[in-house]
Design a protein around this ligand. Structure first.
Ligand code: CUA
Length: 180
């Protein structure tokens, strides 16, 4: 006499595959459709890494330090393999520094020696942070995220000058200290 198995393995397998497929469909939909739409609607935080130098906030003459009406400054930068642009930064001491940075390629992390700042920089996204340098001095600007063969050479300079010695910047002149 043949004993009928309690578990029908074939049916169970079909059932499990169906459940798996039903889970994958909404997940795929989320990643392929919902997420890009949400990212698109978020708008201004996204940037196209391939056209940074052509249009928008991160065109070359908009990089560096910009004075704001309230006395604070905005510092705009690009991180790319294997340098930070501008290469030499100038900011005043004792005022809020609004940093806005994006990446032209890989993931980088911007850090200033002697400070605790460590800002992750991703392509397609603007990383914003508020910095504050109490005292005048010089800091090395280093990349703290492994980004390729030139990672360890990816460093530049930040000069903090006394607030009253910070040059009055004319429009179009962004206080890149290499140009001083
Ligand atoms: Cu950029 Cu490491």
């Amino acid at each position: 006499m043949r004993i009928k198995p309690i578990v029908n393995w074939r049916k169970l397998r079909i059932f499990l595959f169906t459940v798996l497929a039903l889970c994958i469909i909404p997940l795929t939909r989320y990643h392929q459709i919902d997420e890009p739409i949400l990212r698109y609607l978020e708008g201004p935080r996204g940037v196209d890494p391939l056209s940074l130098h052509l249009a928008g906030e991160f065109v070359e003459n908009n990089l560096g330090t910009e004075q704001n009406a309230d006395g604070s400054v905005t510092l705009r930068m690009i991180a790319q393999q294997y340098l930070f642009v501008p290469h030499c930064l100038l900011v005043p001491a004792g005022v809020p520094v609004h940093l806005r940075i994006t990446s032209a390629d890989a993931v980088h992390a911007l850090a200033f020696s002697g400070t605790g700042y460590n800002i992750k920089v991703l392509p397609g996204t603007i990383s914003a942070a508020q910095l504050w340098f109490t005292n005048p001095g010089e800091h090395k600007t280093v990349c703290r995220e492994f980004c390729g063969a030139g990672h360890y050479a990816m460093r530049s300079e930040l000069k903090v000058v006394p607030r009253d010695q910070f040059p009055v910047l004319r429009p179009g002149e962004r206080g890149n200290c290499a140009a001083q």
